[in-house]
Design a protein around this ligand. Sequence first.
Ligand SMILES: [Zn+2]
Length: 334
Amino acid sequence: MSNGNRPLGGYDPNKAVDRQAGATAFQPKVKPGAETQAKVEGGGVEPKLAPRTMALPRISAKERPVEAGYEEHLERLEEAIEQQTAAIVEHVAEIAAEKGLDPSDVTLVWSLDITGRQDVVCSFCGRPSCTFRPVQYRTRNPEVDLLGDSIIVFQEAAARAGVKYGIIVYDEEVLVLRDPATAGDQAERADTLTRYTQFRDRHDYPDPNSQSWLQQALAKWNPADAARRVSGDPADGRMFEAAFKIFQQVGGAFKSMVVAKSVEPRGGIRGFEVRAKQAGIQMTGLAVGDRAEAVARRFLDRTLIAQDAHQLRDRVGDGVNTSLQAIKDLPAKG
Ligand SMILES: [Zn+2]
């Protein structure tokens, strides 16, 4: 895959985890002969700085897979891609035939809210429940990797269906990851995923078990830290504005957008829904995760539910096809 000279800021598990300070930070090289001597002198086992807590990192290795190459992702998701692509391809072909148009007259946009959460820990003792020197810290959306899978499934399906497609990702900021256009090659899709990963990983996610981080937080602690907001609200409004802009730029006969999110929208979205209808954009919501029901209640009129985040990648097709069905149901233009 080709990424040109773009720095791969991607995901570095070593950087993110900030291994227990002191435990592995500095390992002087020891000559083979000297090793035994050092052990004897040091008494063997006592580490210089024992980690204060032995709790496991909150996000397990299983939930944060090491970033694999794009082809490995395709292999892993092959079944989901094949199943859902077939239905989308069929649906697009039907619309094109019925309306006498080309698949590329259909524009699909996938919009993904990856807003994380925040949590609290005492910077003095490292306990989450202690109120002595509490600090708020940003945590990744635990489902964020599963959300990312939906981008892969979507762009593969859209590419095979021959539609124009675009992708938006957002949390408190909005990134148009791809302006709507017909598909490029697989390297382009791999590059799109890489840029998603860079956006996803641009924040610092402190490890609340890291002694060095706790010490830093304690040193600069002030009472406001107890209630500080460190993870923003999802920028739903700005996302819709960005979507309207890219739909307007691309033109085309049929427009549809699916918005997947796992946190409730903060403000009302009724106004955006009305504007979308006026602009001829068929919008479908996909509420994901343990708060899916609550999200759905406050989201788009047409919102599907994927209770389990694992389901999102399997419901890409449902979301897209629901919007495509709405296009099919449009009255024929006189
Ligand atoms: Zn404490």
